[in-house]
Design a protein. Structure first.
Length: 114
């Protein structure tokens, strides 16, 4: 799969093969300081995978007991748990929730679980 995009929007597609019971971490990056959030939908047969988004990075300039710098965005990671055999698609979009615009970036994750 590959990369498709225009000057204003970037889309990426990936194929991920998992075994039942396996957990997979997919690094998303982050633009939270600019107001962007990652959203996802799981399409296809229900119950094949579960997903959640977590923050994993700590600012390198973080002072003990203080807030992160104003221009810092924590990296996000999509956590995928394979529950049963089958195929499904996770559609990710990076957008500002209050804007009625196309997402800044989209990801398509085709998941095969065996």
């Amino acid at each position: 799969m590959g990369l498709v995009g225009t000057k204003d929007k970037l889309s990426e597609a990936y194929k991920i093969n998992l075994q039942v019971g396996e957990t997979y971490k997919f690094k998303l990056g982050g633009l939270g300081s600019a107001g962007y959030v990652w959203e996802y939908t799981i399409e296809g047969s229900p119950g094949i995978v579960t997903a959640s988004i977590e923050s994993f990075n700590i600012s390198p300039n973080l002072l003990p007991g203080g807030p992160p710098p104003d221009n810092y965005s924590a990296d996000k990671t999509l956590i995928i748990n394979a529950l049963k055999s089958g195929e499904t698609l996770i559609h990710m979009s990076l957008r500002r929730p209050w804007e009625n615009k196309e997402p800044l970036k989209e990801l398509y994750l085709k998941i095969s679980v065996s």
